[in-house]
Ligand binder design. Structure first.
Ligand SMILES: *Cc1c(COP(=O)(O)O)cnc(C)c1O
Length: 230
C-alpha cells in the first residue's frame, strides 16, 4: 500500500465513523503524525490530500521545515514541549496541541506576545491520570482553562488527550467518552477568549472509536506511513 492508498483508506474510515456518530465527515480533521518520516514522505502525504502535519520533536520539526516538508499544510506540534524549545515552536506552528502545564501556557503566551502574535493552543489532558504522561488532570482542567483564557498571548481552541493504551475497545471508548464530557462541559461555560472547537483524540489503533465518542481531530501516523523504525 502506498502512502496515497493509506490516506484514502484512513479518510474512508473517518467518514464511516463520522456517519456512525451522526456528524458531518467534513467536520473531522485528520492530522498526519509525521514523526520519523522524511521530508519527501511528508510531501508525498500532502500531495495525497493531507492538510495538517503533526510533529512531536522540535529538532525534527525544524529540520524538516527547513527542507520544505510541510509546504501547503498546517504544522501542529503534538509532542512533549520542553520549556527551552518554546521559542522555536511559537509562531512557526499553527497549533500547539500539547499545552500541558500552567508554566508552559505562560511561556507560550509570553513568547507569542514578544513576537506580536497570538498562538493557538489546545490544552492536553491526562485523562487516565498516568504518572508517565504530561497534561492536566481532569480536576485541574477548569483552573487551566481559566488561566489560558486570561493569557493574552494564547487563544485556546480545545482539548487534546492521549488516553492509556487499551487493548479492549470498550475501555478505550470509556476514556474517549470521559474526554468528550469534559470538552462539552468546558464549552458550556463560555469562557471569554476561549473557543472550544477542537477535540483532538484518536490515533491509528483507535481513531474510529474516538470519532464515535465525539473526537473531531484525529492524529494518525502508522496507518498512513506504516510502522516506524526505532
Ligand atoms: C505518534 C503520535 C500519534 C500517532 O500514532 P500512531 O499510533 O502511529 O497513529 C498521535 N499522537 C501523538 C502525540 C503522537 O506522538
Amino acid at each position: 500500500m502506498s502512502i496515497a492508498d493509506n490516506v484514502k483508506a484512513v479518510k474512508d474510515n473517518i467518514a464511516r465513523a463520522a456517519i456512525d456518530a451522526g456528524v458531518d465527515p467534513n467536520g473531522i480533521r485528520l492530522v498526519a503524525a509525521t514523526k520519523q518520516n522524511s521530508a519527501e514522505r511528508v510531501r508525498e502525504a500532502i500531495a495525497a490530500g493531507i492538510e495538517i502535519c503533526g510533529e512531536n520533536r522540535v529538532q525534527e520539526l525544524l529540520e524538516k521545515d527547513a527542507q520544505g516538508a510541510y509546504a501547503g499544510a498546517e504544522r501542529h506540534f503534538i509532542g512533549h514541549l520542553q520549556r527551552n524549545k518554546v521559542k522555536n515552536v511559537v509562531g512557526l506552528c499553527d497549533l500547539i496541541q500539547s499545552a500541558g502545564s500552567q508554566e508552559l501556557i505562560e511561556l507560550i503566551s509570553r513568547r507569542a506576545a514578544a513576537i506580536g502574535k497570538v498562538q493557538d493552543i489546545l490544552i492536553e489532558v491526562n485523562i487516565g491520570g498516568e504518572e508517565s504522561k504530561s497534561g492536566f488532570l481532569p480536576e485541574a482542567l477548569d483552573d487551566a482553562v481559566g488561566f489560558a483564557a486570561a493569557s493574552g498571548g494564547v487563544k485556546l481552541l480545545g482539548l487534546m488527550a492521549i488516553p492509556p493504551q487499551c487493548d479492549d475497545p470498550r475501555r478505550a471508548a470509556y476514556y474517549f467518552d470521559e474526554m468528550y464530557k469534559l470538552f462539552v462541559d468546558i464549552g458550556a461555560k463560555k469562557y471569554d477568549n476561549v473557543s472550544m472547537e477542537i477535540m483532538s483524540m484518536g490515533m491509528s489503533g483507535d481513531y474510529m472509536t474516538a470519532i464515535r465518542s465525539g473526537s473531531n481531530m484525529v492524529r494518525v501516523g502508522t496507518a498512513i506511513f506504516g510502522a516506524r523504525q526505532y
